[in-house]
Design a protein around this ligand. Structure first.
Ligand SMILES: Cc1ncc(COP(=O)(O)O)c(C=O)c1O
Length: 380
């Protein structure tokens, strides 16, 4: 018998209550019944995003929302600053380049952090920059960018602040309005607890002002269509991804029932326990300012990281993630986001320590699990 536990930083586990919604008979997207669902999603996602402004639901993965953030605010040739400290920072830069922006990258080594002071320096060197792009939780490295410090710096300069919170939203605090974020892109398959295929885009009044002068080509992702249809009918302009909307409605209701603060605190607790377990095994963390949605550690010298991830899945049914691109085989990523519990952290650490032991790494069996259990016991 094989039982698989999905502990990757997207897609993440879907609660049974949310999965069951997908089996309901289809409903039409231009009905009062569905408009009620959309209205509830809007209300709840605004709360999770920390905004009273516009939020749009896109039938796309997170990258669609990243692209929409660019296409609706800028024009070819505009100078933009992109914080690049991992794969998803690189993606923002690639999207901007594809649209013909004049991209200046603020580069940090993978695992590092672009700070408010880095952004300030870059804006001083490039006062004509129209926008600053930052990845909230850099999923490829596990680093969390300090948006609350970067936002005021960007606002002071007058540039737009455009943020990718695809993997972070619902797992760590987000205060879009308070932090001065103008475009906020989120995805469905991470801490929001449904499968891939839905994205959300928060858009500030300043972003709408920029929209008026933006000349980049857009149609499907032209937010004018979304705003008009929403304001006139409470609907999406194109056919809604009905099933995914019904599911995210359920998932957001679960978040509201648990309480957003409690959900964030649960992520913190799981993160603290998982990181304590990893440290007890003598593993080295990969990134600075570690995000609470995942624990990312370096693969110890002499261990084959790709084989370790395969062994955890094949032998123990625990699906972890390895590294992407330049860190393939060099890091292990354990996600504890969305529908993740204390038991998941214990299972992940247990599988990790057994695999490491089988591969010759010298760490006592049970050390990681014990350290995590101690965190849970002390915080009960
Ligand atoms: C931080 C971040 N940004 C963007 C993306 C891309 O999202 P998608 O694959 O849903 O297009 C991901 C996916 O892992 C991500 O973690």
């Amino acid at each position: 018998m094989k039982k698989q536990i999905l502990l990757t930083p997207g897609p993440s586990q879907v609660p049974p209550r949310v999965a069951e919604v997908a089996a309901r008979p289809m409903i039409h997207h231009r009905t009062p019944e569905f408009r009620e669902v959309l209205a509830r999603i809007h209300k709840n996602i605004r709360c999770v995003m920390g905004t009273t402004g516009d939020v749009f639901i896109l039938a796309s993965t997170g990258t669609g929302a990243l692209e929409a953030g660019v296409a609706n605010t800028l024009s070819a040739g505009d100078k933009v600053l992109c914080a690049v400290a991992g794969k998803f920072g690189e993606r923002y830069s690639e999207i901007c380049q594809a649209f013909g922006m004049n991209v200046v990258e603020i580069v940090k080594e993978w695992g590092g952090l672009v700070t408010a002071s880095d952004v300030r320096k870059a804006l001083e060197s490039h006062p004509d920059a129209k926008a600053v792009f930052v990845t909230h939780s850099e999923t490829s490295t596990g680093a969390l960018h300090p948006l609350h410090e970067i936002g005021p710096v960007v606002r002071e300069h007058g540039a737009l602040f455009i943020v990718d919170t695809v993997s972070a939203l619902g797992g760590v605090p987000m205060k879009m309005d308070e932090w001065g974020i103008d475009m906020l892109a989120a995805g469905s398959q991470k801490a929001l607890m449904i499968g891939p295929g839905l994205a959300f885009l928060g858009m500030s009044a300043r972003a709408w002002k920029a929209y008026e002068t933006s000349t980049l080509p857009k149609f499907y992702f032209d937010m004018k269509h979304y705003k008009k249809r929403w304001e006139e009918k409470g609907e999406t302009p194109f056919t809604s991804a009905v099933t995914l909307c019904l599911q995210v409605d359920e998932a957001l209701q679960m978040i509201m029932e648990e309480g957003l603060d409690n959900v964030i605190e649960r992520h913190r607790r799981l993160s603290r326990a998982c990181k304590a377990g990893a440290a007890a095994l003598g593993l080295e963390f990969y990134s600075e300012n570690r995000s609470d949605i995942e624990t990312v550690v370096r693969v110890p010298d002499g261990i084959d990281g790709v084989a370790l991830v395969s062994m955890a899945q094949e032998r123990f049914g625990i699906k972890l993630s390895g590294g992407q691109a330049q860190v393939k085989g060099k890091i292990i990523r354990i996600a504890h986001m969305g529908y993740a519990t204390e038991q998941d952290v214990i299972l992940a650490l247990s599988a990790l320590e057994m695999c490491l032991a089988r591969m010759g790494f010298d760490a006592p069996l049970g050390a990681g699990v014990k350290a995590a259990e101690e965190v849970f016991q002390n915080e009960m």
